[in-house]
Design a protein around this ligand. Sequence first.
Ligand code: SF4
Length: 162
Amino acid sequence: VTEVISPGLVTRSANWWQELPLHALEPNQWEALCDGCGRCCLHSLEEVESGRVFITDVACRLLDVNTGQCVDYRLRQSRVPQCVQLTPDNIDQCVWLPETCAYRLRAQGLPLPQWHYLVCGDREAVQRAGIGVAGRCVSETPQRLKRLQERVVAWIEPKVLE
Ligand code: SF4
């Protein structure tokens, strides 16, 4: 859906996040799709026999555990080589992303949830909905990484990798 607002100037629909496929998003729209939950920044454990993935409350060392934001987003991949840059082409392979992840939902053609800030206009709604990890996680340390089994959380459902 397009709307002509003046000669030569065309804007996309106000609801671009619901209507455009991931491949059609501009770079700034791609970034804006993230709900800021921080769930993808938590360490997880895979149970090999069952394929179940359990999420812990131990966060990447670059995550500010109070705000749930990456403290060095621009350089995150050089500082944490295992940090995966999400793209429209790899999103289907990122099976470890939470079910609530906006990229995952849109890749499946599903709508964003009501608490997503693009839908409700409130950046804090993700926290009130119990989705954001801010204030509910700890930063990684060598000791915590060695004992991840003890830090599995109940507030994120384990998922089965397909
Ligand atoms: S899980 Fe998805 S929506 Fe949440 S912070 Fe990570 S990329 Fe953004």
